[in-house]
Design a protein around this ligand. Structure first.
Ligand code: SF4
Ligand code: SF4
Length: 324
């Protein structure tokens, strides 16, 4: 994927959430790419949601955020972004600030004894441990054993602050650990999935190891659907299942089993919050919630954004909290 492939056809404009709201070429993938090609930085770069809707509609699969990160890496970008946000002080902020009281030791084993690994990310640890518990009980019924991998964080905080050195160290640690165990690793968050599948190859320069690691990543839902499609049932009455943009590539793994709606949550990123983007973007999806008791998602960013911007009902949950 290179910048030169862009023919300026404009097919990406209609699906770009920031273009839909601000209706300005500078906030479209095409406009951002034109600035990037000219070597110019525009504030809209930091107001991109990283949804990659552009790559899914572009005939050449061009993704603005991936090209932008590649550009920063190539140009040896060193300055960390200064954000009025706790991530700046501690990229593991979400992971470390809250402490879950849930103990999963009776339902898990060591990595050597396990059939699969589970990435114990900040979301399942702190916000919806019930989803993990249901998943583990389901596995137990199937006679499968799982081990929790507690390696801190996928590294999204480093990416937000553009601390590429920190991100590289974290990525190397996780890749090495998973390859050493030689097992699949299940994730509960679309952002972890995206970091592992899209950002790690960028940061680790498409090494052979990162390619092998990437093949071992699977979402918790796709794993259950592959392993026990007959038994997998999720409570679905009056639920809107939201498919986060960073899990869209996995959709084909379950699309006949679950009716999901694809839309951008509005992004919880600070530069977009500051512009009131999540509230402005709601007009594109709020109607979908009519008559729903639950809004189920699969990403910590979307989960927090929905919690922050919506009044109950609907109750915001993770998909697997609704596992029957
Ligand atoms: S990643 Fe999303 S917000 Fe950013 S340019 Fe592409 S479509 Fe627009
Ligand atoms: S990014 Fe792709 S869809 Fe958008 S203008 Fe360029 S070639 Fe067309």
């Amino acid at each position: 994927m290179t910048l030169e492939l862009c023919t300026r056809c404009g097919k990406c404009l209609s699906t770009c959430p920031t273009y839909q709201v601000f209706l300005s070429e500078a906030y479209s993938p095409r406009g951002r790419l034109a600035f990037l090609e000219a070597g110019l930085h525009h504030p809209s770069f930091e107001q991109c949601t990283w949804c990659e809707a552009c790559s899914r509609t572009c005939p050449h699969g061009i993704s603005f955020p991936l090209l932008y990160f590649e550009y920063l890496l190539k140009n040896n970008f060193k300055k960390f972004l200064s954000l009025p946000f706790p991530f700046e002080r501690n990229p593991f902020f979400l992971y470390e600030t809250f402490k879950t009281k849930d103990d999963f030791s009776s339902l898990t084993v060591t990595p050597e004894q396990a059939d699969i690994l589970i990435f114990f990310s900040c979301d399942v640890k702190n916000f919806y441990p019930r989803a993990l518990k249901k998943f583990l009980l389901f596995l137990q019924k199937q006679g499968k054993k799982a081990s929790l991998i507690e390696e801190g964080c996928c590294g999204i905080g480093y990416l937000i602050t553009r601390n590429f050195e920190g991100l590289k160290k974290q990525a190397l640690k996780i890749v090495e650990l998973v390859l050493k165990a030689g097992k699949e690793i299940v994730v509960f968050c679309a952002t972890c999935w995206w970091m592992f599948k899209k950002i790690y190859p960028l940061i680790l320069e498409n090494s052979e190891e990162v390619g092998q690691f990437s093949e071992k990543i699977i979402s918790a839902y796709a794993y259950l659907f592959r392993e026990c499609p007959e038994e997998l049932k999720v409570f679905s009455e009056k639920v809107l299942f939201h498919l986060p943009c960073h899990l869209t590539d996995e959709r084909k793994a379950f699309k006949y089993n679950l009716k999901v709606e694809e839309f951008c949550c509005g992004s919880p990123r600070f530069p977009l919050l500051k512009m009131g983007f999540p509230e402005k973007y709601q007009k594109f999806w709020k109607k979908k919630l009519e008559g729903k008791d639950y809004l189920a998602t699969f990403c910590i960013g979307c989960y927090l954004n929905f919690k922050f911007h919506l009044k109950e009902p609907p109750k915001v949950v993770h998909w697997l909290e609704l596992l029957c």
